[in-house]
Write a protein that binds this ligand. Structure first.
Ligand code: NAP
Length: 371
């Protein structure tokens, strides 16, 4: 039954990709409008949060040819909700005289889930569900995870040597990987709602953690530092631009004077509980970020922070750039620090999803198993 809709749904998925940099924290959505005769009339995508939804964009492009037509959409169309910034798509579909809606997957948000389908059926519109469902869910894996758990989806980005070092003895890390790898790393920043580092990385590298490529229509993003006792300097590069986008997490009882200095610079300082090892409790950190609309976090080091996320089962993906260099040295920063596990049986297991060469480096993407 759903076989005939495979082609238009693949096209809708391609459209949805156009929202990769701008849609978040909304999901990426694509739509294809077919005339009553089955010809593709127009396509649409949800390009940026707050902008028109994919269905509305497709309907606008097909004015005059919508009556009796079919709209193929990767995600269930939305119904009215108090928090929505845009008019409901279900109303627009019904008003346009569409007779059939083909849906990839239901919207998991509690305010939506199944309501779009019900409203369409009540209005006499035929609904076909589950076409290319797996691909439609995978496309928005971060959004689905965020909605289901109230925690952001987390990717660890590592630029390392062949022997797994993030920095040389003494802490210098610029530059380990090629320019092309660094550019791909910058492109990742455009896809995530927040960047996160440990305070040692702030102290060693003095990063700005900004978006440089202009792919995301929003140049600003949340920048997070895990800083147990507020060692982040007020004159660090991170605070030069948009200090009000910076959130520093520390432990309860951190020096009040340091806190006031950072807050005077516009920084948000948030106290969280201890993770039983004297550092910031990551579950509390992630919940707090999620409640402010952060659906995904790109963790950019260093090794101690990578270890904490992996040990706690809070990292979902690793995007590693591996340079053909060996730094050696017991003192050099490992890509994953901490005390480590006592046996291979306890190790965090990953699954390689993509391995390729990039200007002399290797780029490895892996998914963490069982999270
Ligand atoms: N090549 C790369 O891609 C790359 C990227 C980033 C960094 N680096 C390099 O990595 C080095 C820094 O890495 P690092 O491993 O030493 O430190 P890090 O991971 O940058 O920072 C670790 C510190 O963050 C604080 N923290 C608070 N809560 C934490 C938690 N839940 N888990 C872990 N840390 C928490 C702790 O500060 P307290 O000690 O005050 O408790 C901890 O010591 C630098 O040399 C930098 O150049 C390289």
């Amino acid at each position: 039954m759903s076989g005939g809709w495979f082609g238009p749904m693949r096209q809708a998925l391609e459209e949805a990709e156009k929202g990769r940099y701008g849609a978040s924290p909304n999901p990426m959505v694509g739509a294809v409008l077919l005339s009553h005769e089955g010809e593709v009339v127009s396509v649409g995508a949800h390009l940026r949060c707050g902008g028109p939804h994919a269905e509305v964009a497709a309907l606008a492009g097909g004015a005059g040819k919508t009556v009796g037509g079919t709209i193929v959409v990767t995600l269930e169309p939305c119904v009215p909700s108090p928090n929505k910034r845009t008019p409901p798509c279900v109303d627009a579909i019904i008003a346009a005289g569409i007779s059939r809606v083909v849906i990839g997957t239901r919207d998991p948000s509690p305010a939506m889930n199944g309501r779009g389908v019900d409203a369409l059926k009540t209005a006499g519109v035929e609904v076909i569900e589950g076409v290319e469902e797996e691909a439609c869910r995978t496309l928005n894996r971060r959004f689905f995870y965020w909605v289901a758990t109230s925690r952001p989806y987390v990717t660890l980005k590592m630029a390392m040597t062949l022997d797994g070092k993030l920095a040389a003895r003494g802490g210098r890390s610029r530059w380990i990987t090629s320019e092309a790898s660094r550019r791909e790393g910058y492109a990742l920043r455009e896809e995530y709602d927040a960047l996160l580092v440990g305070v040692n990385t702030v102290l060693a590298d003095d990063p700005r953690l900004l978006r440089h490529l202009g792919l995301n229509p929003n140049p600003r993003l949340t920048r997070v530092v895990l800083d147990t006792s507020l060692r982040t300097p007020c004159d660090c590069a991170l605070l030069e631009k948009y200090p009000e986008d910076v959130v520093v997490f520390c432990l309860e009882g951190s020096p009040a004077g340091r806190r006031r200095e950072l807050e005077r610079r516009g920084v948000t300082v948030v106290e969280v509980g201890d993770d039983q090892r004297g550092r910031c409790d990551l579950r509390q950190v992630l919940r707090r970020l999620a409640s402010n609309g952060t659906s995904s976090v790109l963790v950019e080091g260093g090794g101690e922070v990578h270890w904490s996320f992996l040990r706690e089962g809070l990292a979902h993906r690793v995007h590693a750039f591996v340079a053909p260099l060996v730094l050696g040295g017991r003192e050099a920063t490992p890509s994953v620090g901490g005390p480590g596990f006592a046996s291979p049986q306890e190790a965090v297991r990953l699954h390689f999803v993509d391995v390729r060469r990039l200007e002399g480096d290797l780029v490895i993407q892996a998914e963490v198993q069982g999270v």
